[in-house]
Design a protein around this ligand. Structure first.
Ligand code: UDP
Length: 426
C-alpha cells in the first residue's frame, strides 16, 4: 500500500514546541515510521518554508518527506495558506506524475490539509482518512481574545470535511462527540483511535541522573509543564498556583522551580510571542519571577529528563484534543496533574494514574501539587499506575488499528468505484 500523508501547514521536521509545531507533527512522524516498518510506503507532503530545502528527504524505512512550494518560501500565517492551496495541490499532482506513483489512500492532518485531500481525491479516486488534531469550534469555546478566535471559514471547511471524507480519526470518544455535537457529523464515519507514545524514548528513569543532566539540585521542588506558548495551554493558571504554593509554604520559596518547556528561553526575549510576554508579566506581578523559568523548546530526546526529574508534571490546558505531552509524562512514571478537559480527562484516571482539576482553577491546581509534595505514598502510587496506563498507548498497538481502518476504507472505496463503473456500463 502507498499512502499520501498530508501535513501541509507544518512539517514533521519543524522545531517542536514552537508556534505551529507540536503533537500533530509528532503524530505524523511516528505513525509514518511505524507504517513504514510494516511495509507501507508513505510520502508526507508539506509546504516548504525554505527556498532551497531538498524536495525529497528520506525519513525512515519506506517514509519520505516531500517539500513542495506554495506561495512564498517562508513562514507565514496559516490563513494565508488558503490562497495557496490550489498551487499546493498542483504541485502534489506534478510530483506524483513525475515519479510515476499512485496512492492507495490519502491521510490528511488538520483542516488545511483536509481541503487539499478533497481536491486530490477527485483526481486520484483514492479514499481520504482525516484527522483534525484540533477543532476550530472547540478552540473558539475557550478563546479569550479576538486573536485566538478561528474564522467561520475554518469551521465551514471542517464541517465539509466531516461530511465528505471517507473516515475521520478521533483521538478520544469525547473528540468524536464534539464533532457530532458541534458539526452535526455522522458518528458512523468517525473511528476513535488514540494517539500513541514512543515507549522506548519515554520510560521511567533515574531521578538523580535526570536532575544532574538538567543541572537541577536534588532538593529542589520541580514542577514541569511542556507546551507551546498559547493561551489555551493555561500556563497562567500554573503561575498563579505557584504564587499560592509560596503563600502557603514560604519555606518552599527557595526550592520551588516551575520549569516551562516550549516557546523561547529567558535570553530570547525579542522572539517571545504575546502569550509568553503575558506570562512573563504575570510572574513578575505575582512575585514569582525567580521560581518560574522559561527554558524554551527542547529537542524531544531531552524531554524524558524533564519528566523523570519532575516532582509534578502539570498540564493545565483549557482544551486538548488529546494531550501527547501528558501521555509522555505518564510513560516516564511522572505524577501528572492535568485539567479535566478533552483527552487529558480520558487518558488520566483521576486519583489512579494522576490527578485532575477543573481548568483555569489555580487554587485546585495548587492544592493538588501540595498534596503530592506532602503525601509520598500518594505520589508513589500515582507514579507506578502512570507508567502502566501509558503502556496501553504503544505505537505498534495504535498503528495496527490505523491499518485496519485503512483496509476498511480502501475496500469500501473500491466497492464504490466498481459499482459506479457498473452503473455507467449498464
Ligand atoms: N515537544 C517537544 N519539545 C518541546 C515542546 C513540545 O518535543 O519543547 C513535543 C512533545 O514531546 C509532544 C508535542 O511536542 O510530543 C506536544 O504535543 P501536545 O499534544 O502535548 O500539544 P500540542 O502542541 O499538540 O497542542
Amino acid at each position: 500500500m502507498r499512502v499520501a500523508m498530508l501535513s501541509v501547514h507544518s512539517s514533521p521536521l519543524a522545531r517542536l514546541g514552537s508556534k505551529e509545531a507540536g503533537g500533530m507533527n509528532v503524530y505524523v512522524r511516528e505513525l509514518a515510521r511505524e507504517l513504514g516498518q510494516r511495509g507501507i510506503l508513505v510520502d508526507i507532503f508539506t509546504r516548504s518554508q525554505e527556498r532551497d530545502a531538498p524536495t525529497i528527504v528520506p525519513l525512515s524505512r519506506g517514509v519520505r518527506l516531500i517539500n513542495l512550494h506554495a506561495g512564498p518560501a517562508a513562514p507565514y500565517d496559516k490563513y494565508q495558506l488558503l490562497t495557496y492551496l490550489p498551487e499546493f495541490v498542483s504541485r502534489v499532482r506534478c510530483f506524483a506524475d513525475g515519479e510515476d506513483v499512485s496512492y492507495d489512500l490519502i491521510h490528511s492532518h488538520y483542516w488545511l490539509s483536509g481541503k487539499v485531500a478533497l481536491a486530490l481525491r477527485r483526481v486520484w479516486q483514492a479514499p481520504v482518512v482525516h484527522m483534525f488534531h484540533t477543532l476550530g469550534a472547540m478552540k473558539n469555546r475557550v478563546a479569550r481574545s479576538a486573536e485566538e478566535v478561528e474564522t467561520i471559514h475554518r469551521i465551514a471547511i471542517e464541517r465539509r470535511l466531516l461530511h465528505e471524507v471517507d473516515a475521520v480519526v478521533a483521538a478520544t470518544p469525547l473528540d468524536r462527540a464534539q464533532m457530532v455535537w458541534h458539526y452535526g457529523a455522522d458518528p458512523g464515519r468517525i473511528r476513535v483511535i488514540p494517539c500513541g507514545v514512543d515507549l522506548q524514548r519515554f520510560q521511567p528513569g533515574d531521578r538523580n541522573a535526570a536532575r544532574t543532566a538538567l543541572g537541577i539540585a536534588d532538593d529542589a521542588i520541580m514542577v514541569v509543564c511542556v507546551g507551546r506558548m498559547e493561551p489555551l495551554k493555561g500556563m497562567d493558571a500554573l503561575i498563579r498556583a505557584t504564587a499560592r504554593l509560596i503563600d502557603h509554604h514560604p519555606e518552599w520559596r527557595d526550592r520551588l522551580q516551575v520549569v516551562l518547556v516550549g516557546g523561547e528561553d529567558e535570553t530570547q526575549t525579542a522572539q517571545w510571542n504575546s502569550e509568553q510576554r503575558r506570562l512573563d508579566h504575570l510572574r513578575q506581578l505575582l512575585g514569582v519571577r525567580s521560581q518560574v523559568r522559561f527554558v524554551g523548546t527542547q529537542p524531544q530526546e531531552r524531554l524524558p529528563h524533564y519528566y523523570v526529574a519532575a516532582d509534578v508534571v502539570a498540564a493545565p490546558s483549557h482544551y486538548e484534543s488529546f494531550g501527547l505531552a501528558a501521555l509522555e509524562a505518564l510513560a516516564c512514571g511522572a505524577v501528572v496533574v492535568a485539567s479535566n478537559v478533552g483527552g487529558l480527562a480520558l487518558t488520566i484516571e483521576d486519583r489512579r494514574s494522576g490527578l485532575l482539576f477543573p481548568p483555569d482553577n489555580d487554587a485546585a491546581l495548587a492544592a493538588h501539587i501540595e498534596r503530592i509534595l506532602t503525601d509520598e505514598d500518594l505520589a508513589a502510587r500515582l507514579r507506578s499506575a502512570a507508567a502502566q496506563r501509558a503502556a496501553e498507548y504503544s505505537w505498534p498497538t495504535i498503528t495496527r488499528r490505523i491499518i485496519a481502518l485503512y483496509e476498511d476504507v480502501k475496500t469500501a472505496n473500491a466497492a464504490f468505484w466498481s459499482a459506479r463503473r457498473l452503473v455507467r456500463v449498464s
